[in-house]
Ligand binder design. Structure first.
Ligand SMILES: Nc1ncnc2c1ncn2[C@@H]1O[C@H](COP(=O)(O)OP(=O)(O)OP(=O)(O)O)[C@@H](O)[C@H]1O
Ligand SMILES: [Mg+2]
Length: 453
């Protein structure tokens, strides 16, 4: 009889399993990522099945109450979670080093302990004293919060069983290890096994668990796509290292929309919510400068106004240089080709640099018209009126196409004191009457250029 396999090779970048070592991972195309690890024991899967082996029940007989969601008191986070933490859910929070994951979760603990909820913060990375320093920084805790510095899962499981908390924070999943898995903490099998243990705790005891996950240089949670499948919600904390604001984005959510974002600002006293991101993003917009246009992008249910800047200048080389920061580079090239062909601007000999101010990233097609206007304004060296915003998708024949949620965008512009909105004609026709702001519908890019100057 063949000997049962005890080890296999795992790609440390995506979790791909192979029976032999390979130089390049066939799944994620990374080089030199295979490491030999013992094959995970299958006994955890058996345990899970046993626990769930109870009688089928009728859907209608399951009782629901709205209390099931716990509000964290941080509105931006609650919105991204779809209205609060669902009891028994497993939430993965990923993000670059030093972005503020631990700070955000400690603030969650601060708010929850104020509501008299039993919270347990488990850190595998910092000592009790270091957590205390952070806690001092973010303010006072009215009620006590339970802390545990531990990385051994058996000890953690025992502590959870004893304390029976409502919410547990694990900082971070890469430091946790199970003794029966012999590979090092942070390896694919350890991360996978630890997550599955936490999943059993969460579902079995109805405890909500936040897992902090570090990201690799490519920006995915280290060790694993597999991990993303196992948890209920995946949130990414992102932001420009040099800018103070941070964006919390839902990538997967079994209990809510994934389009929502939460905007925070890193202050000395921890993360502060930014209730009106548009105002924040437009801070410092130059007045009367050419190549600067305000556009509007929807992030979930919220419209966000952003400044798009373009610099178009004559190229000294045969191949013009083009860059796009915060938006899709190919999209910018495409829009420039549309301007050249449909409007007749001689852009092929020009360098063009397009930038979304503030380091934010937006890829919604509705910002097309903003990009186009910024390029035209810079090319002609004519400023666009400061009190005007534009939005609309641009098609290949130079037509301006309808976008959704036009009304919300117009209302946001009015709220922030803008006087004119240039929008697709089709969207304008479907809008109810909105007073206090002038609306100009355009059918083509040429029309829009005509209005703006
Ligand atoms: N006194 C302070 N004033 C302003 N910002 C601070 C201050 N102290 C720390 N910070 C910010 O907090 C960040 C660290 O936050 P935190 O430890 O929560 O990040 P993290 O995502 O948990 O990092 P890691 O991946 O290392 O665990 C720092 O990068 C810095 O931006
Ligand atoms: Mg941390």
């Amino acid at each position: 009889m063949a000997k049962a396999k005890t080890t296999a090779y795992f790609c440390q970048s995506c979790g791909y399993e192979s029976s032999k070592w390979m130089g390049q991972c066939p799944a994620c195309r990374e080089w030199n990522t295979f490491v030999e690890e013992p094959v995970a024991p299958s006994k955890s899967a058996g345990k899970m099945q046993k626990r769930n082996a109870n009688e089928p029940v009728k859907l209608s007989s399951i009782e629901m109450n709205t209390e099931d969601r716990v509000q964290t008191g941080i509105h931006e986070l609650d919105r991204v979670l779809g209205g609060g933490i669902v009891a028994g859910s497993l939430i993965l929070v990923g993000g670059d080093p030093g972005i503020g994951k631990s700070t955000l979760l400690l603030q969650v603990c601060q708010n929850l302990s104020t509501q008299n909820r039993k919270v347990l913060y488990i850190s595998g990375e910092e000592s009790l004293r270091q957590i205390k320093i952070r806690a001092e920084r973010i303010g006072s805790f009215t009620n006590d919060l339970m802390l545990l510095c531990e990385t051994n899962l058996e000890v953690i499981e025992e502590a959870i069983n004893r304390m029976k908390p409502e919410i547990v924070i694990i900082d971070s999943i890469q430091t946790m290890y199970r003794e029966d898995v012999s590979s090092a903490p942070g390896s694919v099998s350890q991360v996978r096994e630890s997550t599955s243990t936490f999943m059993q705790i969460a579902k079995g005891m109805n405890i909500s668990i936040f897992l902090v996950g570090h990201v690799t240089k490519e920006g995915v949670v280290a060790g694993p796509r597999v991990l993303e499948h196992m948890v209920d919600t995946v949130l990414y904390f992102e932001g420009d290292r040099h800018a103070a604001y941070r964006i919390l984005r839902g990538v997967k959510n079994r209990f809510g929309s994934t389009n929502e974002i939460g905007v925070f600002e890193m202050r000395e006293k921890g993360l502060a919510e930014v209730a009106n991101p548009s105002e924040f993003m437009l801070n410092g917009k130059p007045e009367g400068a050419s190549g600067s246009v305000v556009a509007c992008s929807m992030e979930g249910t919220r419209p966000i106004l952003i400044e798009i800047q373009a610099l178009v200048c004559h190229s000294n080389f045969g191949i013009p240089r083009r860059t796009a920061a915060g938006t899709d580079f190919n999209r910018v090239n495409l829009l420039m080709a549309v301007l050249e062909k449909r409007v007749g601007l001689q852009l092929s000999a020009c360098d063009a640099y397009v930038n979304l101010a503030g380091g934010i990233k937006m890829n919604e097609p509705a910002v097309d018209l903003g990009i186009v206007m910024a390029i035209v304004s810079s090319f002609k060296n004519q400023p666009v009126d400061d009190k005007t915003i534009v939005f609309g998708e641009v098609g290949l024949s130079g037509e301006v196409r309808a976008v959704n949620m036009a009304e919300q965008r117009v209302l946001e512009a009015r709220k922030l004191g803008f006087e004119t909105v240039v929008l697709p004609k089709v969207s304008l026709d479907s809008l109810p009457k909105i007073g206090g702001i002038s609306l100009k519908g355009v059918k083509t890019v040429r029309d829009a250029i005509g209005i703006i100057g």
